[in-house]
Write a protein that binds this ligand. Structure first.
Ligand code: ATP
Ligand code: MG
Length: 248
């Protein structure tokens, strides 16, 4: 197995007025291709800061980050954007979909920045991504015509449309109820186990982490614990075991 990402002594400091906030204070770990990693830790521990650097949305103050063998520090802005576009799919807590824009068009968006992908191929790939998240029948619905879980699935389809090797998710179930969260986790497990996607998933919730193969715990900008999960729970089974509600 090869390392898809590797960080070494990663630090990130923010200057706020005359103050320096040390969000990451020297974190090192690597992730192998095909792993399903969760990043946990209390509020302010540096999870989002970490994920933004891993997703090349932000740069570390110091330390090294190798993405699929490439030292990110050596890349200029354009090369970095290209690498991000090719390798990474990002999913956020707040879905970040364009309003008044159909699911299909939202999913097509990342392909707009890719030269050589024409209108027809864009459509086909976006439809295929919507099929993967089981929303092909809602392709022409706008976000306000979809439930929270469905909107998150559109966001996941958008993250998948470029066929990235790695999916990064920041509290992607943070706004969802238990059942919908488990549905999303079931989808994540499918993408990991059947499509071989490497997943790095930030969460507060231990039950969400129990669906992953490994958990990195951050505390106050430092790696506190790095544990392999020997008893990975199946989200599909957890979903089936939820009590049936009759409140609708
Ligand atoms: N752009 C910024 N400017 C200044 N400080 C920042 C910035 N981004 C993050 N920080 C600080 O860095 C620390 C880590 O923040 P981060 O957002 O990574 O935490 P988190 O673990 O994601 O928390 P949460 O669970 O609440 O989302 C916090 O002290 C935060 O205030
Ligand atoms: Mg955060």
């Amino acid at each position: 197995m090869s390392d898809i990402l590797k960080i070494h002594d990663l630090r990130r400091e923010f200057k706020v007025g005359s103050q320096i906030v040390k969000a990451l204070k020297g974190v090192s770990f690597s992730v192998e291709s095909g792993e399903f990693l969760t990043i946990m830790g209390s509020s302010g521990s540096g999870k989002s800061t970490m994920l933004n650097i891993l997703g090349c949305l932000d740069k570390a103050t110091s330390g090294d980050y190798f993405l699929d063998g490439v030292n990110v520090r050596s890349l200029d802005k354009d090369a970095l954007a290209q690498l991000r576009n090719r390798k990474i799919g990002f999913v956020f807590q707040a879905y970040n979909l364009l309003p008044r824009t159909s699911a299909l068009e939202n999913v097509e968006l990342p392909l707009m920045y890719q030269s050589g992908v024409g209108h027809r191929e864009r459509r086909e790939r976006a439809m295929h991504a919507l099929e993967l998240v089981k929303l092909a029948d809602r392709f022409d619905h706008t976000p306000n015509q979809l439930s929270g879980g469905q909107q998150q699935r559109v966001a996941i389809a958008r993250a998948l449309v470029n066929e990235p090797v790695m999916i990064l998710a920041d509290e992607a179930t943070g706004n969802l109820d238990t059942r919908t969260s488990y549905e999303i986790m079931s989808l994540m497990q499918e993408l990991n186990q059947e499509k071989g996607k490497t997943i790095v998933f930030v969460t507060h919730e231990p039950d969400i982490a129990s669906f992953s193969s490994r958990t990195v715990m951050l505390r106050d900008g430092l790696l506190q614990r790095d544990t392999r999960n020997t008893d990975i729970k199946s989200a599909k089974e957890a979903l089936a075991a939820l009590p049936v509600t009759d409140d609708y």
